[in-house]
Design a protein around this ligand. Sequence first.
Ligand SMILES: Nc1nc2c(c(=O)[nH]1)N[C@H]1C(S)=C(S)[C@@H](COP(=O)(O)OP(=O)(O)OC[C@H]3O[C@@H](n4cnc5c(=O)[nH]c(N)nc54)[C@H](O)[C@@H]3O)O[C@H]1N2
Ligand SMILES: Nc1nc2c(c(=O)[nH]1)N[C@H]1C(S)=C(S)[C@@H](COP(=O)(O)OP(=O)(O)OC[C@H]3O[C@@H](n4cnc5c(=O)[nH]c(N)nc54)[C@H](O)[C@@H]3O)O[C@H]1N2
Ligand code: SF4
Ligand SMILES: [Mo]
Length: 709
Amino acid sequence: MSTDGRTATHCPYCALQCGQWVGPSGEVDARQFPTNAGGMCQKGWTSGALLTHPQRLTTPLARPSRDTGFRPVTWDDALSGVAARLAALRAEHGPDAVAVFGAGGLTNEKAYLLGKFARVALGTSQIDYNGRFCMSSAAAAGNRAFGLDRGLPFPVTDLDDAEVVVLAGANVAETMPPLMSHLAGARLVVVDPRRTPTAERALASGGLHLAPRPGTDLVLALGMLHAAVTGGHLDLAYLDERTTGFDDVWAVAGQWWPERAERVCGVAASDMRTVVGWLAASTRRYVLTARGAEQHAHGVDTVAAWINLSLALGLPGRPGSGFGTITGQGNGQGGREHGQKSDQLPGYRHIADPAARAHVASVWGVAPESLPGPGRSAVELLDALGRPGGPRALLVFGSNVLVSAPDARAVAERLDALDLLVVADVVPGETAARADVLLPVAQWAEEEGTMTNLEGRVLRRRRALAPPPGVRTDLEVVAGLAAALGAPGAFPSDPRTVFDELRRASAGGPADYAGVSYERLDAGEALHWPVPADDHPGTPRPFTERFAHPDGRARMLPVDHVEPDERVDGEFPLVVTTGRVLVHYQSGAQTRRVPELAGVAPEVVVEVHPDTAARAGLADGDPADVVSRRGTTTARVRCVPTLRQDTVFLPFHYGGAGAANNVTNPALDPVSRMPEFKVAAVRLEPAATGDRAAGRVPEKSGAGRSCQG
Ligand SMILES: Nc1nc2c(c(=O)[nH]1)N[C@H]1C(S)=C(S)[C@@H](COP(=O)(O)OP(=O)(O)OC[C@H]3O[C@@H](n4cnc5c(=O)[nH]c(N)nc54)[C@H](O)[C@@H]3O)O[C@H]1N2
Ligand SMILES: Nc1nc2c(c(=O)[nH]1)N[C@H]1C(S)=C(S)[C@@H](COP(=O)(O)OP(=O)(O)OC[C@H]3O[C@@H](n4cnc5c(=O)[nH]c(N)nc54)[C@H](O)[C@@H]3O)O[C@H]1N2
Ligand code: SF4
Ligand SMILES: [Mo]
């Protein structure tokens, strides 16, 4: 797949997986691909900058204690040293003393091998990954309602003809800009407490921006379901043929007439009726959720409420319509299918299911009894580190937990309590900088593999250039550690060999990749899983005929409003919600190192309504402290007149004093174990002085304008 010496691959960052050309020196260009239609965002255009970045890690580093600096070591010494310490910890404290943390940015091959490494080489149940922070609530809700978790159960290009699209908690214009081209013809309804660029597009499209109080989408969806029923918009034939459970759902929703819902969520009842009317009057309509609706302690139920509304109107599985969730990370979809999740085996199988254990154990050549059971979920795993009975060593692949996990101070304490922290990364991010051993790994353009994009389509990542000397791939690192540990079973480091094993391990599971091969992908086939056989064409729209439950029906589950875990009060009167800006990616470990991106958003900014700022004695450009029960984020005030007065917004792309997760609440959804990133109670005050050494925002930007002016 090479023209003019350039290699066809995909962007390293988000789940849209825009097509890219990468040249032999790392030059990046946009490539025509259905998801991006030839476009890329600034992050994609500048992604080559990290290949040759001066801070690129190019040699293994280790240090005898955390008070000393890192020293370069050989790969042999690094891997054998880590293996010896892991073996000693395991011998003394048992296999669960060693934990693994993976990521939705890792290729399918890496996610698969990491899960196998944990269960077979380490024998630990303690593996989870950052997808817990990302897609877990939508995944759980999708499994419950549809029997299958395929984020978008249709190709992105199906959206091209949509008449109406509701985006619940999705700021696509900043988080997947090229996706907007697929929404260009639709009337958009954006549900977001903030007037985002996506909400502006909704208004320009003749649609609406609904701005609920953070954490109250569930009530909004209930109010809209009520409006659908009383407005006579139910699709009775569809409900009858394709669903179960409407009566139980209505027993709750019947109590949430739009005016009552309005009193809780703040969205006008008339707007609820208008949007339901638009959905009912069109034949090509979609409801899509993303993190704004999902990252809550009741995220699963909130997604269920949006699904119930969609089912009542007859959207899911109907040609030209649908419900979907916009997956976030590059391999967010594939990364949650092949076993780096604490309760999972490859093919989206459950680790407690005896048949699943028997199948996977036979592929791995081990006894089913030797496989551990389910382990702790991400936040619970981090919280257990270094505690009695908790893991004493942690291996991190592809996540910067110190910046991206909730309640950063608690995470820092737990990491410091470990006997051994090993981080495999491409740059020395905040978590890597705290490690005992740091292993330099190859980047996207330097390796082969597969990714599964937001549509469930499996894609080829291809090597365009060699990694710098001294750098190994994640697969080589995992295989090297397995060898040093004398692990049973095979740990190949060649991506194609790993993928062929993944195909067999996934065969017969919900996420069946048995018929996907590098050859078919390289021949240009568009393979959406499940692909159970070599001659199977793939499944772009899995719900057209039936849903994945045994009876073929979607399950409507009754859900009711619950307030966010943390309430505002006199001391913490505001809600902070968190999220993303266009130019930065996630913890910012990568994008803060790209000058073109860092120059656009060099420091953390807190969005505040002008009246709220004035009440706190703050003006536009002032440094402010956002203070919660757990910690403080120092940020520059940006006055935003369109914002709700009760809400402030922080992007989470920065570390240290500017980390949004200093203030967030680690309360978890009872089903998905997703933390409540989108609601915490805070107060706003002028920044305490004298903390510049801690990397705080400097005193004054020079702007100092009153927000009113
Ligand atoms: N630029 C950029 N793009 C990215 C990423 C990135 O880091 N940067 N990360 C990728 C990943 S992993 C992900 S998961 C996706 C995330 O993509 P999105 O979900 O679009 O991103 P967020 O900014 O987290 O959240 C979306 C919106 O939810 C709103 N929100 C907050 N609270 C609530 C609420 O209670 N209800 C509703 N309805 N909305 C609320 C926020 O104001 C925000 O505008 O983006 C992907 N793309
Ligand atoms: N407050 C708040 N917190 C949030 C969120 C929010 O909305 N608000 N969103 C959450 C969400 S949706 C997500 S997905 C998480 C993401 O947050 P993280 O899990 O921290 O994700 P990244 O910043 O992408 O971290 C990736 C790290 O892995 C490295 N890396 C990149 N590619 C590879 C690779 O192939 N191999 C290895 N070994 N390393 C690699 C990068 O350099 C970087 O250091 O943050 C969550 N945290
Ligand atoms: S939208 Fe996502 S995949 Fe496309 S260029 Fe931007 S970060 Fe990369
Ligand atoms: Mo994410």
